[in-house]
Design a binder for this molecule. Sequence first.
Ligand code: SF4
Length: 343
Amino acid sequence: MKDSTGTSNLLGMTLGQLQELCAAEGFPRFTAKQLCDWLYKKRVDSIDAMTNLSLAQRARLNEVAYIGREHPVNCQVSRDGTKKYLFETENGERRVESVFIPEEERATLCVSCQVGCKMGCRFCVTGQQGFHGHLSAGDILNQLFSIPEYDRLTNMVFMGMGEPMDNLDAVLAATEVMTAPWGLGWSPRRITVSTVGIVPGLKRFLDESQCHLAVSLHNPVPQERLLMMPVQKAYPLSDVLALLRQYNWSGQRRLSFEYTMFRGLNDDLAHAQKLVEALKGLECRVNLIRFHESPEAPFKTSMPTTIQAFQNHLNRNGVVCTLRASRGQDIDAACGLLAGKGN
Ligand code: SF4
């Protein structure tokens, strides 16, 4: 858990990890619970503020640990109220973005879990940047803790920069902190984790987490999906769907598929029908997303009438399908546009 400075970031540590730290330092076991209270209930940003710890304990903790709270270095506000926050770590070399999305009845934070991404999806600005490092659980939680809207948040989605199943230890630690009674105490139903479908990570996630799952599908035709999403080569969609069919989706945990509409590539009724067949018998929903055109990606967004026809076909054939509202497009905060540029 120690970082490059040889000290440990307390933010993001689970109760079990804090108990290990306390044991190593010779602190009583209950100190770990006190640390959780300060970190996750009171959300202090300094060890000195933990006033029910002895002065000696605080002095020692200051030597071996810190609380990795970093304020965003920039915030852009969209016409629709969406806000894009830029965070910098390690002297500005690692830049990640989070997007706050206020709606009438809820407020969602979309967080990043990696700096850049290895998956190389052809339509995604983040993917074109390449991979520049993992975020720790503390880095992930900091995106939540350090924005002024923290108290308004009702939901969190892991749909920012990076592939959650490729940094699963950190994602699971962050979601454990968010959902545990000693942590933030959120229901796992308030958290959605997305993936392109890395099968081993996905299996572990399904076994160890109760959070909702969103799978980026985008094309039901294997050869065509491969052209858009290199992950299809190592983990074909058929393997992903076979794994998902082994789990029960009729309870409270929700399974959804993200489907970005690209003009002329995946948006006709033949694709809609193939999608219906691929998802047959699986309790799920499909979220259609309008592609947000950018100079970096040579694709066009589908016509509104085409999207409507596609949605109607799915709904008529027993697949619940909604069109996701586009938010924050004018500040490059929409899906697939996060680049860590902050401007
Ligand atoms: Fe990575 Fe997601 Fe972008 Fe694909 S869409 S490159 S998984 S961030």
